[in-house]
Design a binder for this molecule. Structure first.
Ligand code: ACO
Length: 471
C-alpha cells in the first residue's frame, strides 16, 4: 500500500484505543483521552489500562486484546520499556496504526535506539504504521480530532503543519492562532522511526483540506525518499531546517535523535525540489500565509505604494536585494496616477501617496498600479503617521483584493505602527490578506510568491513535455 492508504487509519480512524489512559488528570494518558472526548470524536474510543475499570466515564479494558471490535489506531502513552509488549499486543489484535507518545527511545542514545529498533521490528512484522516515538500526537481541526496531549486546538484553515519538535509544534499552533492563521492538520512526527516527512508529504498532497505544507525539520534519514516526495508534491512546501550550526546540530541529536547533516547540502536539495526555506517560525507562517491566500506572482516586478516615503524606499531596497525588481512605470500609468496625487508628488514606483491620503487615493492608485503591465505584484504599505488613516487604507486593500482577483497578481500589505494599529491590522488578517510589520517581511513574502510562480511554470512545462511525449 502507499502512504495515503497506510496513513488513513491513523489520521481518519474509525476506532481509537488510548493505551496508558490514566486515572490521574495530571498524566499524559488522561489528557489524550480527555482531548479526544472534548473534540467530540464520533468513532469508537477505548481507554486501555490494566489497573482501571473506568476513566472519564468510559469503560477501561486491560489490553487491546480485550477489545471486541477492530482498532484502527492505538495512541500509546506508557513508559518506553513497556511499549514493545503493548506493540506485540497491537500486532496480535491487528491494529492498523500507532502513535507512540512515549519518549526514551533513539533520542536518548544507543540503548534507546535499540528499544526503538525493537519496536519498529514488531510494527513491521505486524503491518502497523507508527508515528513517533517521542511525539506529541496530532491535532486535526478539520475533522475535530485531537489525538495529542496539551490542550487547545488550532484555528481551522488550509495550512498543514508537520513538526519534528513537539513543544515547538504547540508554540507554532498558538502563534498561528494569535495571527489568525488557520491550519488544516497538525502532526508531530517525533523520532520518525517509521512514518516520516516523505510519507506525510505524500499523504497531505492528497488531502483536500490542505493547500500548503509547512514543516519544521531537524534531520531527514532517507534523503532520496524525501526529495522524491517533495518533487512529486503538487502543493507548495515551506520548511524550516534547524540544526544549521554545530551548536544547533548537537542539540538536535539529543532532542529527536536526528543527524542534522550539512546545511549546504540541505539548502541545495531544497532548492532542487522547490521547497521554500524559512529560517524562523514567523517566516514559516509569513510564507505559508502568502502562498495560501494570494496567487503566485507571474514575474518579479513589484509595484509599491506607501503613505510614507521611508517605508516605500525600504521596501524597494528589500525587493531589489532579494531578486525582485522595482520597475519604472509606463507613461500611460503615470498619466493615470497624476490626477489622484497632490501636485508635490511624483508619479513613480515606489509611489508615495503622502500622509494625507484617504481611502480614495489609496484605492485608486492601487488599482492603477495593478493594471500596469510592468507590475506583477503589489505591496501596499501604511505607516502610522499622525494624519494617516490606517482604517481607510485597510478598507482600500480589502476592496482591491476582492476586485482584482481576476488579474492573478498578488497583493500584500505592510503595516508599520505596532500596537497603535494592531486592531485595524487584525481586519486584514481576518480577511486572510497577508500583512507584515516590516519592509523585509513583506518583500520576502512576495519573493516567495514569485518562486512559487516559477515552480508552477516548471511543473507545467514538465507535464506538457510528458503529455506531448506520450501523444
Ligand atoms: N497498558 C495500559 N496501561 C498501562 C500499561 C499497559 N501495559 N502499563 C501501565 N499502564 C497505565 C498505568 O497504570 C498508568 O495509569 P494510572 O495513572 O491510572 O495508574 C498509565 O498507564 C500511565 O503509566 P505511568 O507508568 O503512570 O506513566 P506516566 O504517565 O507517568 O508516563 C509517559 C508515561 C507519558 C509515556 C512517559 O513515559 C513519557 O514518555 N513522557 C514523555 C512524553 C513526551 O514528552 N513525548 C514527546 C513529546 S514531543 C517532543 O517534545 C519531541
Amino acid at each position: 500500500m502507499g502512504a495515503v492508504e497506510d496513513l488513513r487509519p491513523i489520521f481518519s480512524p474509525k476506532s481509537i484505543a488510548v493505551v496508558g489512559a490514566s486515572r490521574s488528570p495530571m498524566k499524559i494518558g488522561y489528557e489524550i483521552l480527555q482531548n479526544i472526548l472534548v473534540q467530540g470524536y464520533s468513532g469508537k474510543l477505548y481507554p486501555i489500562n490494566p489497573e482501571a475499570s473506568e476513566i472519564l466515564g468510559l469503560r477501561s479494558l486491560p489490553s487491546v486484546l480485550a477489545v471486541k471490535d477492530d482498532i484502527d489506531l492505538a495512541v500509546i502513552a506508557v513508559p518506553a520499556e513497556f511499549v514493545p509488549k503493548v506493540m506485540v499486543e497491537c500486532s496480535k489484535k491487528k491494529v492498523k496504526g500507532a502513535i507512540i507518545i512515549s519518549s526514551g527511545f533513539g533520542e536518548t542514545g544507543e540503548k534507546g535506539k535499540a528499544l526503538e529498533d525493537e519496536v519498529l521490528q514488531i510494527a513491521k512484522k505486524g503491518g502497523i504504521r507508527v508515528v513517533g516515538p517521542n511525539t506529541l500526537g496530532y491535532k486535526d481541526p478539520i475533522d475535530n480530532l485531537d489525538a495529542a496531549f496539551v490542550f487547545g486546538m488550532p484555528q481551522r484553515g488550509e495550512i498543514a503543519l508537520i513538526s519534528q519538535s513537539g513543544a515547538l509544534c504547540v508554540g507554532m499552533i498558538y502563534y498561528a492562532n494569535g495571527e489568525h492563521i488557520g491550519l488544516s492538520r497538525v502532526i508531530s512526527v517525533g523520532n520518525k522511526a517509521d512514518v516520516d516527512d516523505a510519507d506525510l508529504i505524500e499523504y497531505l498532497d492528497q488531502d483536500k483540506s490542505t493547500k500548503v505544507i509547512a514543516m519544521y525539520i531537524e534531520g531527514i534519514k532517507d534523503g532520496k525518499k524525501f526529495l522524491d516526495a517533495a518533487r512529486k508534491c503538487k502543493k507548495p512546501i515551506v520548511a524550516i531546517k534547524a540544526g544549521r550550526t554545530p551548536a544547533g546540530s548537537a542539540a538536535a541529536s539529543t532532542h529527536t535523535g536526528s543527524l542534522s547533516g550539512s546545511d549546504a547540502v540541505y539548502d541545495s536539495a531544497f532548492k532542487q525540489v522547490h521547497i521554500q526555506r524559512a529560517f524562523d517560525v514567523g517566516e514559516l507562517f509569513d510564507f505559508a500565509r502568502a502562498l495560501t491566500y494570494q496567487p503566485p506572482a507571474p514575474g518579479n516586478r513589484v509595484g509599491i505604494i506607501s503613505n510614507g516615503g521611508g517605508a516605500g524606499i525600504m521596501i524597494a531596497d528589500w525587493c531589489e536585494s532579494i531578486g525582485l525588481k522595482v520597475p519604472n512605470l509606463s507613461k500611460k500609468t503615470m498619466d493615470a496616477l497624476r490626477p489622484h496625487l497632490p501636485s508635490i508628488t511624483t508619479a513613480r514606483n515606489p509611489l508615495d501617496v503622502t500622509g494625507d491620503a484617504r481611502f480614495h487615493r489609496y484605492h485608486a492608485t492601487g488599482s492603477i498600479m495593478l493594471s500596469e503591465p510592468n507590475v506583477d505584484a503589489l505591496i501596499m504599505a501604511c505607516v502610522h503617521a499622525g494624519i494617516a488613516r490606517p482604517r481607510e487604507y485597510v478598507g482600500a486593500v480589502i476592496k482591491l483584493v476582492e476586485e482584482k482577483r481576476n488579474l492573478k497578481k498578488p497583493i500584500v500589505a505592510c503595516w508599520v505602527g505596532g500596537r497603535e494599529i494592531d486592531e485595524v491590522v487584525q481586519e486584514l488578517r481576518v480577511k486572510n490578506i497577508p500583512v507584515y510589520p516590516s519592509a523585509m517581511r513583506a518583500a520576502k513574502a512576495v519573493k516567495c510568491l514569485y518562486d512559487e510562480g516559477k515552480r508552477l511554470d516548471m511543473l507545467g512545462k514538465k507535464k506538457a513535455g510528458k503529455d506531448s511525449a506520450g501523444s
